[in-house]
Design a protein around this ligand. Structure first.
Ligand code: CP
Length: 357
């Protein structure tokens, strides 16, 4: 006989509750015309930086992600016979598990390393030599490492693609792709022939230190007409907020970048609020902008959406979870489909899932 108190907590509903921000991907799918050439060329590339993309390649990746998301049961074998080497030498909930989920959902096999001390690195083996071995064992590598230079070191020896899943304070390109995919799922008109009003984006973060913010800003450069204004909110002086040349690079691409130190000055006009407070530096994380905080009482436009790469801290109150502003859970969920799309292209399987070659 189960204790009634226990019985109450062990029961759960399989039906997903209404999830805010769960826009149907079909509208985005219809807004972008398929052009497989932009995807097939990815099979000869490592994924290192948000800098390496272009607008058309991103749109085609978003289209394929939307296709996967709209038809989750149709594509289950695209990666049959392929092996992913998932190497995460720094903590991760979303990136590792969503990459592995993406690979599994497409029928591939995985070898996972979560502790570098279980490999020859503990005996002084170079990353270059480890990469040389990876060539024989798998078909694609996903690496997260707290050292900015590790991905590059491995790239030099790899003859299979590697994806940078976060390298220190440098970049996290697939997170930024998932962020943009979420925005375009919410507003597919922005990439259609009849775009609506451009977005006022408020970005609470530290571009010089946060890899998620750095990569996202780079991707926004490919869509300057989509953002009427990007306001970076930070308590540092402008010349500390950005690295040398970073702001100039964004402006060269036509982004209208402003800065602010008071979040509540700019929040009431924001269409999209992106917030992050953590940067992984060395062997631990640092928190920035402790005064910035969003909750259900914050002065948000009624239709504003909030994005956060997660993990969250006090900057993002759980009181927002059950409001229509919550698009951060949708953002994390959509990352699986975005990664499915990218992985398919990297291992030369795009032709299996495209309608038109
Ligand atoms: N967004 C992100 O990189 O989360 P994880 O650190 O959990 O992978």
């Amino acid at each position: 006989m189960v204790d009634p108190k226990l019985e109450k907590v062990i029961q759960f509903e399989r039906t997903r509750p209404d999830v805010h921000g769960d826009a149907h991907p079909k509208k985005l799918l219809r807004a972008i015309v398929e052009d497989g050439d932009h995807l097939t060329k990815l099979s000869e590339q490592h994924i290192y930086s948000a800098d390496q993309f272009d607008r058309d390649t991103l749109l085609q990746l978003f289209r394929l992600a939307a296709k996967y998301e709209a038809n989750p049961d149709r594509f289950t074998t695209s990666l049959n016979g392929q092996i992913l080497i998932s190497a995460f030498y720094e903590p991760s909930t979303r990136t590792r598990l969503s990459f592995e989920s993406a690979w599994h959902r497409l029928g591939g096999d995985i070898m996972s390393i979560t502790d570098r001390s279980t490999t020859g690195i503990a005996k002084g083996e170079s990353l270059r030599d480890v990469a040389e071995m990876f060539n024989n064992y798998g078909d694609c590598v996903v690496l997260r490492d707290s050292k900015g230079e590790s991905v590059r070191e491995m790239m030099e020896a790899l003859r299979i693609p590697i994806i940078n899943a976060g390298n220190g304070t440098d970049e996290h390109p697939t997170q930024a792709m998932a962020d943009l995919y979420t925005i375009f799922k919410w507003r597919p008109d922005l990439v259609s022939d009849e775009p609506g009003k451009p977005l006022n984006l408020v970005l609470v973060g530290f571009p010089a230190k946060m890899r998620t913010v750095r990569s996202l800003l780079k991707l926004l450069c490919y869509f300057p007409e989509v953002f009427s204004k990007v306001t970076v909110v930070n308590d540092k002086k402008k010349n500390q907020m950005f690295e040398a040349g970073q702001l100039e690079h964004l402006e060269e691409f036509g982004l209208n970048v402003q800065t602010a130190d008071d979040l509540y000055d700019v929040l009431p006009e924001a269409d999209v609020v992106y917030i992050n407070a953590i940067s992984w530096e060395g062997n631990s994380f640092k928190q920035y902008g402790k005064s910035y905080h969003l909750d259900a009482d914050s002065p948000l436009k009624s239709d504003a959406i909030i994005l956060h790469p997660l993990a969250r801290g006090e900057e993002l109150s759980t009181s927002l979870d059950n409001t229509p502003h919550n698009w951060y859970f949708s953002q994390a969920r959509g990352a699986v489909f975005l990664r499915m799309a990218l992985l398919t292209c990297l291992v030369k399987r795009a032709e299996r899932v495209l309608d038109v070659i």
